[in-house]
Every structure is written in C-alpha cells, then in structure tokens.
Design a protein around this ligand. Sequence first.
Ligand code: NI
Length: 192
Amino acid sequence: MGLPQGLAVFPKAPKLLMALRPIVKYPEPVLNTRAREVSSIDSEVHRLVADMIETMHAAPGVGLAANQVGVLLRIAVVDLSVGKDPSALVVLINPRVLSSDGQQVDEEGCLSIPGITEMVPRPLRTEVEALNLKGRPIRIRGEGLMARALLHEIDHLDGVLFLDRLSPLKRRLLRKKIQKLIRDGDWAGVSA
Ligand code: NI
C-alpha cells in the first residue's frame, strides 16, 4: 500500500547489496491474478521476502504483496513505520482473514497505482492468521490504518486492487484517468 498523504517519510539511504525489485504497475495481469499458497519456506522465499522489504521501504510504502514484484505466491509485508521501527515489520505468509468488524472510510493508495489515492471503505478492525518466516503460525490484530494495510495486501494476493473496492462510477473515472496517464507517457514503469 502506498503512503497516505500526511504521512511524510524520508526514503532510507541505499544499503549495500540492496536487492530492489521493480514494482509491477496497473494494468499488468499479474495484479488481477490470485497468488498460490507457499508450500515450503525455503531460501528462495527468504530472499524474496528480504527483497520485498527493501523494495517497500525504498518506494516508500507501508505494504507490499508478492504479486507487485511479479511473483504469484501468497506473501505480503507490512510496515507502518516504513523502516523506522524494526518491531513494526510484519511478514505474512499464506495470510487468512479470521474476522473483521466495524467500518472506516479513509484515503488509500497503492504502489502499483502510483500517484492516485481515493477514499476507500474498509472494516475498522481485522484479525489475520499467517505463517512467519520460520513457518510458525502468527495472529495479527489491526485497527485503523493497520487493518487497512493488512486487508489491502491480502486483497492483492486474491488479485484484487483498491480500485475494485470503489463504486462502479468512481472506478470508471479512475480507470479513464489512468488510461490517459499511460497514453501521455506519465505512468511510471509502463512504456506506452
Ligand atoms: Ni497495493
């Protein structure tokens, strides 16, 4: 998930051996495709997660799903501190929403839909179950922005974008706006 406006963060200084991966932009089909379960948390998964964390922090963003780096595995990372607080980093492997309740409508963006934010309705609270990098089951409770970030990233793993959570009218308008950006060559990462 992109940074909500008002949450200004300075990108971290580049690290040696940083492995940034290019972020896939809408409307690449990989973003509309359901990712598959991770069956083995091997060295490749560890490498992917490390790269996803670096890529999220560098963007900067507060969440990233594997689809967004072109990998169809059910892996997401969330860090509301954008690298400032190591204890805020959450790695979710095969996440599943256990329950959600309440309602919030707030500004939301996506690193795959750069420069565009919209008011998106979401549950206020959610509880998610997942595996961590050690393969141990974890439960994460999120409220407000954390619930929004968790649900946004799990949506990605189901091939769902925040655009899909908007009214048909708003969705059409935003799609037109994006098509125009692509035509004009102003859509980062897409050669049109
Ligand atoms: Ni996103």
